[in-house]
Design a protein around this ligand. Structure first.
Ligand code: TYM
Length: 333
């Protein structure tokens, strides 16, 4: 029996990268009766970026609906909003006091944000939450004694920080209160490319939202994926842009190999490839799109599922926090 845990920020509707990198693998693990899983919406992490109560609430519903549309069984798994179990914030504070600033300064996520803001001349708007973000993430994981954390490759360093801060706590306090987690990263989907060929991410505005309607999807694929002007009859390199890579992730290896052969042979244009990609997205996720839309129209059901999950999560968090508080000399609550 392994305890699995993972979270997704409430920064928007989960995109293909979130779905293939985290939601699908986590659900596959969660639905295995040998596992016990904690899946949550990291709405406190999103506060580092979103200062709009309505948007935060809507995004939270969209993330919840996406998990459920991909087959999450909310009876079997503990499914909750991060902000419903505020002990994570308490634990994050304690962890902050055990982790050196010099290590946090090396976080890729922080350095990326600094670089992005610097480019736009707004480095001062990197808030402290963004800087200490990995400690809140460590708290999310350690608070539930998680053993395995399915994530995309971009989160690997955060998992290293989590193990590091837990060990530092153990060494400093002379007692072992945390379980050291492992990252579970699936090779094939560890880095889903975005429409511009860089890592798919909300902040780069290069995402594919598979829940969009076919018309919007068509517009996005046609407009945002840049293809060169190689003549229709000429051979093409399948890796010249992300169309083929995205198609491979959705349609599977055999179909993708067929597309690659056609591109290399010539007489098959990028327009054809984009059309095949669009069909794969529209048809391949039709059932999930329907369920997502149905759930988004019934907030009561989402609220109820999250409320029940928070209660179960809080029970586990309470026990772990008591271990931590006793180790620190504060006493159990
Ligand atoms: P977030 O919300 O940025 O992304 C959620 C999950 O999706 C994965 N992912 C990708 N995988 C492959 N290709 C991509 N292009 C891609 N983009 C995103 C991410 O690796 C992640 O697994 N800090 C986390 C949220 C979090 C968390 C946690 C995760 C908070 N607490 C505790 C695990 C455990 C984040 O920002 O993910």
């Amino acid at each position: 029996m392994a305890r699995i845990l993972t979270g997704i920020q409430a920064t928007g509707t989960p995109h293909l990268g979130n779905i293939l990198g985290a939601i699908r693998p986590a659900i596959a693990q969660a639905n295995d009766p040998a596992n016990e899983s904690f899946l949550f919406i990291a709405d406190m992490h999103s506060l580092t970026q979103i200062k709009d109560a309505n948007a935060l609430r809507e995004n939270t519903y969209a993330v919840a609906a996406a998990w459920m549309a991909f087959g999450l069984d909310t009876e079997r798994s503990v499914f909750y909003r991060q902000s419903d179990v505020p002990a994570a914030a308490e634990l994050a504070w304690y962890l902050n006091c055990f982790f050196p600033v010099s290590r946090l300064e090396l976080a890729h996520s922080y350095k990326d944000k600094m670089a992005q803001f610097k480019d736009s001349g707004a480095a001062a708007s990197v808030n402290t939450g963004l800087f200490t973000y990995p400690m809140l993430m460590s708290a999310d994981i350690l608070l539930y004694d998680a053993e395995q954390v399915p994530v995309g490759k971009d989160q690997k360093q955060h998992l290293e920080f989590t193990r590091d801060v837990a060990s530092r706590f153990h060494n400093a306090m002379g007692t072992e209160v945390f379980v050291l987690p492992e990252a579970v990263i699936q090779e094939s989907v560890m880095l889903v490319p975005g429409l511009d060929g860089n890592k798919m991410s909300k902040s780069r505005d290069n995402t594919l939202n598979i829940f969009d309607d076919p018309k919007a999807l068509k517009k996005r694929i046609n407009k945002e994926i840049e293809t060169d002007g190689t003549a229709l009859e000429d051979p093409k390199d399948p890796d010249a842009n992300p169309v083929h890579a995205l198609y491979a992730l959705i349609a599977g290896a055999a179909e993708a190999e067929h597309m690659a052969e056609q591109l290399r042979a010539g007489g098959y244009g990028w327009g054809h490839a984009k059309k095949a990609l669009l069909e794969a997205v529209v048809d391949g996720f039709a059932a999930e799109r329907d369920t997502f839309n149905r759930l988004m129209a019934d907030r009561g059901a989402l609220d109820e599922a999250l409320r029940a999950g928070a209660e179960r999560a809080e029970g586990v968090a309470h026990e772990v926090m008591n271990r931590v508080r006793v180790a620190l000399g504060y006493g159990a609550r």
